[in-house]
Every structure is written in structure tokens, then in C-alpha cells.
Design a protein around this ligand. Structure first.
Ligand code: FAD
Length: 351
């Protein structure tokens, strides 16, 4: 069966919902197709103790503030899931679940969106599939030789799963620091980072990161010199558990090891550490395999864009993923503006 909708939004996480909010306001006919069985996108799958790096009011989608979470300045993931569930109900967003998009093809005037539940024909497609579904693991010699457990951020849940074990956490970003802080009391922890960890000042959080990302984008767009953006501030927001572990002197990082051995890891100077598990907090890539038939992939697995529009396929927009689809587009508070721009551009073409 082939369905028709003016616009198909692929992905029903925060980015897809923000797009839906603006499409609805503009009176565009659309559907959101989401592979998950429930609302909340990637937030349904994070580790139990995850803290947002901004307070609730600074983690809001267009139209509706995220309510504060009682007793917590930086809300947890479950709070975000509840907010997103409420958001899609409140705005009656037409999300179909679970529907996995397998591929998007050109079919004359329209784009054909092939799914595991039938096909849709659309005059425009917004891809908002996030990055959680494509964990990145660096190529490190000996990775196949290690006899213990190796997992990525996406598989980590709670410290009890590793109680009393020798665990190595790899990565100096927010995930690495939060997971290291989570594990430090219950395990024999080694935290390794490629460069010394850079904590933001305690009074700086995601609000400042958002401002810095926006200022950088504006400077580059206006041909001024690069402000350095978020990278100029530091990498790690000192959310309460990270701050506490750091202040107690428990969050000390070692440099990155150079290879894995059957029973652990080895550094360049020959020093070794034994390990039962290695948790790779080493980032993500955009989940874009459904767009492969369009043959748009450029460097680093990305697609060249003008704003949110694919440079070589004007019927396709990309939302979320990273700064390359709009300043702070891969954040709750940041996705609103590019979502509005994408919806406006699409509405202008359709009418
Ligand atoms: P997702 O939440 O991943 O949603 C994408 C949806 O698309 C999912 O439901 C997925 O199932 C679906 N999908 C994927 N492929 C297909 C397909 N082929 N067909 C149909 N559906 C598909 N941002 C903040 O603002 N504050 C924070 O504190 C913060 N902390 C973060 C902590 C971590 C550990 C990570 C990884 C990110 C964090 N972010 C934070 C960044 C960002 O807000 C999240 O990554 C967020 O989940 C991105 O939303 P999204 O809608 O773009 O993608």
C-alpha cells in the first residue's frame, strides 16, 4: 500500500516533534514516522542517572517550557521522556509507531519513503533520526583481542552491573565524565581521555554552550573570525555528581592507552592496567543509512546542507544531528529555530 502525505518527517524524537510543531502551525499536511514503540527518542535508552546539562527551562522545545523536575536542577532522562510524551499529545502530532524507514528514493516529482509498514509518497522529507543509533568506536590496536566486556555509552545503564569490577571508561566528554562519576564508588575505575579533561567553570552549563554555539555560527555566517564556539569554553559540564566526584579527588583521568591486550590495556610507555570491562564513551555518527539511495553522503558521513536543506536534493531537510544542520540543532533548546526554518522553507515551496 502506498500512502501520500505532503511531508514525511522521519524520526519522532525531539527534532521530529519540533518540526511537527512548526509544520502544524503552518497548516502543512504531514506525518511523523518513528521506529521506537514509545515516545521520547533516544532519551528512553540512556543510563539511569543521566543529568541534562541545562536546567529544565533551558531545555525546552518551541511552544512549551519543560516543567522543572522536583528536587533536581538538571533533569534526568525519564523527565525528558515524560515531557516529550506530553508534548506530542498536547500538539496532537501525528506520530506513527513503530515504523522504521528503510530507504528514501527519488520517484519523479516525489520522494518515496519505503518503510517496514508500507510506503509513503511525499513532496518533502525531513530526516530527524539522531545519532544514538550509530555509536562510534575508534580503531585501537588489539580491540578484537580483549577478553573482557566492551560496550559503548548506548549500552551502559547502572554501576550495579559492574560492582567490584575493574572498569576502564574511555572519553573526555560529558558522557565519559558522567559515567565515570557514576562508576567511581562501586568499581575499580580507570578513566582515560585523549587530552586532560576540561571541566567548564561550575557556574557554566548548557545555557552558555548554546549561546557560544549561536555566536560562533553567526560570526561564521557574517564572515567574521571564528569565535571558537563551544570548544573555547571546555568540554564537561560540572553537573552535581560530576562535581562531587571531582571535588572529592576521585575523577582523575589518565592519558589514552595505545593498545588492548587480552586482559587489559597498555600505554605507550609500557605501563599496563588489567580490566574486566571497557566502556567506550567515544561519540556518535549521524544515522543516515536510510538516505543512501539518494547518494548525497559527503565527508564524515554527513550530507552537505544549506541551512537545513540538502544542498543537492531540495526536497530533503536534515534536523538535529549536530551544528552542521543549525547552531546547537542537536539540543532540546537549539532545535526549535532550525525546525522553524525547515518548516517555513517547505511550506513556501508547497503553496
Ligand atoms: P533522537 O532522540 O535519537 O530521536 C530520533 C528518533 O528517530 C528515534 O526515536 C529513532 O528511533 C528514530 N529513528 C532513527 N532511525 C529511524 C528510521 N530509519 N526510521 C524511523 N525512525 C527512525 N541535549 C540537550 O539539549 N541537553 C542535554 O543535556 C543533552 N544530553 C545528552 C546526553 C547524551 C548522552 C547524548 C547522547 C546526547 C545529549 N543531548 C543533550 C543531545 C540531544 O539532545 C540528544 O541526542 C537527543 O536525543 C537528540 O534528539 P533527536 O530527536 O535529534 O534524535
Amino acid at each position: 500500500m502506498t500512502n501520500a502525505s505532503q511531508v514525511v518527517v522521519i524520526g519522532g524524537g525531539q527534532s521530529g516533534l519540533a518540526a511537527g510543531y512548526h509544520l502544524r502551525r503552518l497548516g502543512v499536511d504531514f506525518v511523523i514516522l518513528d521506529a521506537q514503540s514509545g515516545p521520547g527518542g533516544a532519551w528512553q535508552h540512556t543510563w539511569d542517572s543521566l543529568h541534562l546539562f541545562s536546567p529544565a527551562a533551558y531545555s525546552s522545545l518551541p511552544g512549551r517550557f519543560m516543567p522543572p523536575q522536583t528536587g533536581r536542577t538538571y533533569p534526568g532522562a525519564q523527565h525528558v521522556v515524560e515531557y516529550l510524551s506530553d508534548y506530542e499529545k498536547r500538539y496532537e502530532l501525528p506520530v506513527q509507531r513503530p515504523v522504521r524507514v528503510q530507504e528514501v528514493r527519488r520517484e519523479g516529482e516525489v520522494l518515496c519513503v519505503e518503510t517496514d509498514s508500507g510506503a509513503w509518497q511525499a513532496r518533502a522529507v525531513i530526516s530527524a533520526t539522531g545519532t544514538w543509533w550509530r555509536p562510534f568506536l575508534p580503531a585501537v590496536p588489539g580491540r578484537g583481542d580483549f577478553g573482557g566486556r566492551q560496550l559503548h555509552t548506548v549500552e551502559y545503564r547502572r554501576p550495579q552491573d559492574f560492582a567490584g569490577r575493574r572498569v576502564i571508561v574511555v572519553g573526555g566528554g560529558n558522557s565519559g565524565a558522567q559515567i565515570a562519576a557514576d562508576l567511581v564508588y562501586d568499581t575499580e575505575l580507570t578513566w582515560v581521555t585523549q587530552r586532560p579533561p576540561r571541566f567548564l567553570a561550575d557556574d557554566i552549563d548548557g545555557r552558555a554552550l548554546f549561546d557560544a554555539a549561536t555566536a560562533r555560527r553567526r560570526a561564521l555566517d557574517e564572515g567574521r573570525s571564528d569565535t571558537g564556539g563551544v570548544a573555547s569554553l571546555g568540554d564537561i559540564v560540572a553537573v552535581p555528581p560530576v562535581r562531587e566526584a571531582r571535588d572529592r579527588g576521585l575523577l582523575k583521568a589518565d592519558p589514552m592507552f595505545t593498545r588492548l591486550l587480552p586482559g587489559g590495556v597498555e600505554w605507550a610507555d609500557g605501563a599496563r592496567a588489567e580490566a574486566d570491562a571497557i566502556i567506550w564513551c567515544t561519540g556518535f555518527r549521524p544515522a543516515l543509512s536510510h538516505l543512501a539511495p539518494l547518494q548525497l553522503r559527503g565527508q564524515r558521513g554527513r550530507i552537505a546542507t544549506v541551512g537545513t536543506r540538502a544542498a543537492d536534493e531540495p526536497r530533503l531537510h536534515l534536523l538535529g544531528y549536530g551544528d552542521w544542520t543549525g547552531p546547537a540543532s542537536a539540543t532540546l533548546v537549539g532545535v526549535g529555530r532550525p525546525a522553524r526554518e525547515a518548516a517555513r522553507e517547505i511550506a513556501a515551496v508547497l503553496t
